[in-house]
Design a protein. Sequence first.
Length: 255
Amino acid sequence: MKLIERSPIGAQGSSVPVLDRVKGIWAYGFTWDRDIQAQQVLIQEVGSLLDNSYTMITNIPVPGFSIPVPLVLVGKNGLRTFCVSADTGIFSLKNGKWYKLDQQKEQYRPARPNLVSRTALMSRAIIDYLKDKGIFVDEAQPVLYFTKPGVHIDVEESPVKLLQSDGVNRYISNFVNGDVILDAMELQRITEILIKSKPAPKAKMRDLPSQSTLSSSVGFGDLRLKAWQWLILFVLAVFMLITVIVTAVIIINTA
């Protein structure tokens, strides 16, 4: 499998420098680093099962969305959008809402972000973006992949494929043995479009739904940050103020 790695931050995988990790967390939230590591797990597994007629593209910016699409696999059998999660636990999908079991209180609570909704929306974004570029291709079912074993999901019907770590071989086998729907020129065109995609200007970006209130941007004029970013700045400001006060006290006492 050919791998084309795109990242708005810098290096990827286990060798991501500390500064790039900080940049990624600042731009995309606290789970960014964990999500990047989880992506590498799936890339390695799928890469060992496919030949070079298939291409995996990572972290694709799509106009209109605030975070890049994690993984898109392109081949003669079509394309598949993958979202990857390192979450563990017991989940439930009911009426489009995503829940996680609070094992201490033994009751389900809404889980944010809604990974199922996010996966479906990202798939739709990729399809619509290609359509705008003159490529009309549909996706049978996008994939939400859980990298760690021990995940249990209570679900009756899902708009996305819920794939666990022990099901990758079978899933890829079914995919490559499916109907051929794309020729070589279409594959090349799709790949070129996805590796050249750019995000929309910040003023036109929108956050993916079903995230916590900490993902909402607040501020004044052009100075707008997410709530959790303001919180970090506040903590840093308090820390710096305390440092200045302590330093001043030490200087006075030693004078």
